[in-house]
Design a protein around this ligand. Structure first.
Ligand code: ADP
Length: 296
C-alpha cells in the first residue's frame, strides 16, 4: 500500500542483515512498484487469450469449409455421371440424326463433363489430404521414384534419375508418390514448343537430417512474381488450350508434403526451366554430401 493509502502491485526483496559476529541483526526490504509491468503483463495475456480464441475460431471455420467442399465435391459426382452417361447414350443412339453441328455440341458437352469430373476428383483428393490420418514409415526414394516414372507410360523415356539407392525418407508412401507424380507430370507437361522435355529427378542428404528430392525440367519456366501463387488451388498461369489442367496439382503437393512434416520450394528461370524440390525427414541419420549420384 502507498503512503496515500492506494494499493499497488509490488516486487519485494527481503535480505537478512548480519553484524560483525555473523549474528542476524535485521532485514532490509526493497519494495519496487511494478504496477506498470503488471498492467503490461495483463495486456499481453489478454492478447494471447484473444489470439488463441481467434485461432480456435479459424480452425473451426477451416474444418467446416473442408467438410463443405468435401461434401459438395462428393455430391457433384452423381449428377456429373448422369450428364456423361446420357451424353454418351445420345451419341450412340441418336448420333446419326444430330447432324454436324449437333454432334459438335454434344462433343463439347462430353469434354466439359470430363473436365469437371477431373476437377471434382482433384478437389476431393485435395480435401481428403486435409482429413485423413497418414501413417508414416521409411520409404526408399529410388524405388518410389522408379515406380512413379513407370506409371507415367511412354513419357518415362524423358526422365533421368540420379539417386543413391540407400536414401530413405519418413513419409506416407502413396502420398509422397502422388506428390512426385504431380511434379513429374508438370515437368513433362510444361515443355517448350519444339523442344523435347528433359526431366531429372535427384535426391541427396540435406541439412538438419533431411533428404531433398528435386525434379528439374528444361520447360517454359515460371516468372518470379508467380512463384508463390502457383501453389494455391485453381491458380494457373496458362489457358486450358495451351496446357490442360485443373490448377490443383501443386496445391496437393504442398499440402501432402506439409502434412508429412516437409517443405516444398521452386527455383525457376522463365523460358529456361524449373526445379521443384521437396525436403523430408531422413529415415536414417544422413551426412550432408554423402550421396553418390547413380544414373539410372
Ligand atoms: P495444373 O498443372 O493443373 O495447371 P498445378 O497446380 O500443377 O496445376 O500448377 C499450377 C500452375 O503452375 C500451372 O498451371 C503452371 O502455370 C505452373 N507450373 C507448374 N509446374 C510447372 C513447371 N514445371 N514449369 C512451368 N510452369 C509450371
Amino acid at each position: 500500500m502507498r503512503k496515500d493509502g492506494t494499493r499497488f502491485w509490488s516486487s519485494v526483496v527481503v535480505t537478512p542483515l548480519y553484524d560483525e559476529d555473523g549474528k542476524l541483526s535485521g532485514f532490509s526490504k526493497v519494495t519496487r512498484d511494478i504496477t506498470d509491468r503488471k498492467k503490461l503483463l495483463d495486456q499481453v495475456s489478454a492478447h494471447a487469450a484473444e489470439l488463441e480464441l481467434r485461432i480456435a475460431e479459424r480452425e473451426a471455420t477451416n474444418a467446416e469449409l473442408e467438410a463443405f467442399s468435401y461434401s459438395v465435391s462428393h455430391d457433384l459426382r452423381a449428377p456429373l455421371r448422369a450428364i456423361e452417361g446420357f451424353a454418351n447414350a445420345l451419341f450412340e443412339d441418336y448420333g446419326d440424326k444430330l447432324g454436324q453441328e449437333g454432334s459438335d455440341f454434344l462433343t463439347e458437352i462430353q469434354n466439359a463433363a470430363k473436365r469437371m469430373s477431373k476437377l471434382v476428383q482433384d478437389l476431393l483428393n485435395y480435401s481428403r489430404l486435409g482429413r485423413v490420418e497418414l501413417a508414416f514409415a521409411p520409404v526408399n526414394v529410388l524405388e518410389l521414384v522408379r515406380k512413379t516414372c513407370t506409371e507415367l507410360g511412354p513419357d518415362c523415356r524423358y526422365i533421368r534419375c540420379d539417386i543413391d539407392p540407400g536414401l530413405a525418407v519418413i513419409a506416407h508412401a502413396p502420398t509422397l508418390g502422388q506428390a512426385l507424380t504431380n511434379l513429374i507430370n508438370n515437368a513433362l507437361k510444361f515443355r517448350r514448343p519444339d523442344v523435347d522435355p528433359e526431366v531429372r529427378v535427384t535426391a541427396r542428404p540435406w541439412h538438419n537430417n533431411t533428404i531433398s528430392i528435386s525434379v528439374t525440367d528444361n520447360g517454359i519456366g515460371i516468372a518470379p512474381e508467380h512463384i508463390e501463387r502457383i501453389f494455391k488451388v485453381f491458380e494457373r498461369l496458362h489457358n486450358r488450350d495451351s496446357y490442360p489442367g485443373t490448377g490443383i496439382g501443386l496445391a496437393i503437393v504442398r499440402r501432402a508434403i506439409t502434412r508429412m512434416g516437409g517443405t516444398v520450394n521452386v527455383d525457376s528461370q522463365l523460358g529456361e526451366g524449373s526445379t521443384f524440390w521437396i525436403e523430408l525427414p531422413a529415415a536414417k541419420e544422413v551426412v550432408v554430401g554423402s550421396s553418390n549420384d547413380i544414373a539410372r
